[in-house]
Design a protein around this ligand. Structure first.
Ligand SMILES: NC(=O)c1ccc[n+]([C@@H]2O[C@H](COP(=O)([O-])OP(=O)(O)OC[C@H]3O[C@@H](n4cnc5c(N)ncnc54)[C@H](OP(=O)(O)O)[C@@H]3O)[C@@H](O)[C@H]2O)c1
Length: 322
């Protein structure tokens, strides 16, 4: 029997509890993994609180790392004992996970178990945002909201690798310090005044790209910070969902593009997943990308980890240890 966390409907969807579940055996194309670390992501809060409805009882989680303990009949790409990590296997808040081998990444030597659990989802997100949604060019000035968060710290560092000048927003002085350490050139404490500052820093032109994961509280000013024909990348809603947007507003803002991207559309094929992760792991190995673990919690305390994340008490990545 393995341990897993479940959200239960009884008593309200806010309830998380540790349950014992029978061990599933891997089917064709699948492997079983003894989990060494589970990545906590904001999407699990959206699911628990009904922003993204899920059927209860529900075992959350999509990210983690571990060691392969059993192989399905036809799996040849991995062997028992291999260290692996994944950005997209459901029900990952568990001590044992069964999932498709073609979703797995081999963990390179030099990455700790915690780093391996921390990097896939937020790292690959930061990668596609900086290289595909808007391919950052040297000399660009870009804005990253929530600069001390999990995605924020990684995206800031990748933007610096690409040669950009980076403006970030954060809520506190301590978070500002962390964001600066990650390479931010200009850190704004609080989520007001950033559109004016972005204009000042670009001789009135505005920014080619704004990466906005905060949503409701920042959307209007983010739109005001984007330059003519620039792009507003709305990739999260940590402060709440953005109300419906009249497309005419994009015209008024200067033929601005608006996108609401997700990781699944940027790791469609196995080769795309491997190409992105190879570059990402390479940056970690050569020391250009630091993974900040902001907190580790026993799996049984997943509720506390989510509460801390929702209450803006955390920085970097949160990990659950089964
Ligand atoms: N679309 C995708 O592919 C994708 C993939 C991964 C994550 N995401 C999104 O990216 C965002 C960041 O995810 P993450 O896991 O790295 O979380 P995170 O950034 O570590 O945590 C969220 C941060 O948002 C800031 N924030 C601003 N207003 C907030 C509010 N009202 N309530 C809570 N937080 C608020 C807080 O930083 P301050 O205290 O500094 O304000 C908080 O620490 C989330 O919105 C998530 O949904 C999207």
């Amino acid at each position: 029997m393995g341990n897993a966390i479940q959200y239960r409907a009884a008593g309200g969807p806010e309830v998380l509890e540790l349950v014992e579940l029978p061990d599933a055996e891997p089917g064709p194309g699948e492997v079983a993994i003894d989990v060494t670390g589970v990545g906590v992501n904001f999407i699990e809060i959206y699911q628990r609180t009904g922003v993204y409805p899920v059927p209860f009882p529900y075992t959350p989680g999509g990210e983690g790392a571990g060691v392969i303990s059993a192989l399905g009949p036809d799996v040849t790409t991995f062997k028992i004992g291999d260290r692996v990590a994944w950005p997209g296997i459901p029900r990952s808040y568990a001590s044992r996970v069964v999932g498709p081998a073609d979703k797995l990444l081999a963990v390179p030597g030099g990455l700790s178990d915690e780093q391996a659990a921390a990097l896939p989802l937020q790292g690959l997100t930061a990668h596609y945002l900086a290289t595909s949604t808007y391919p950052i060019q040297a000399g660009d000035t870009v804005l990253v909201h929530a600069g001390a968060g999990g995605v924020g710290l990684l995206l800031t560092q990748i933007a610096k690798i690409k040669g950009a000048r980076v403006i970030t927003t954060v809520s506190t002085g301590d978070k500002a310090e962390l964001s600066r350490e990650a390479g931010a050139d200009e850190v704004i404490v609080g989520y007001t005044g950033f559109a004016e500052r972005a204009r000042e820093l670009t001789d009135g032109a505005g920014l080619p790209v704004v990466y906005d994961s905060v949503g409701k509280d920042t959307f209007d000013d983010s739109l005001a910070a984007v330059r003519r024909r620039g792009i507003l990348v709305l990739f999260g809603a940590s402060s709440g969902a953005v109300p419906a947007v009249d497309p005419q507003r994009l015209n008024d803002a200067g033929s601005v593009f608006l996108t609401r991207p997700k990781l699944g559309d940027h790791t469609v094929t196995r080769s795309e997943l491997l190409e992105r992760s190879a570059e990402l792991f390479g940056w970690v190995r050569d020391g250009r990308l630091k993974v900040r673990i902001g907190g580790t919690y026993p799996l049984a305390e997943a509720a506390q980890a989510q509460a801390d994340l929702a209450a803006r008490k955390t920085t970097g990545k949160l990990i659950l240890i089964p």
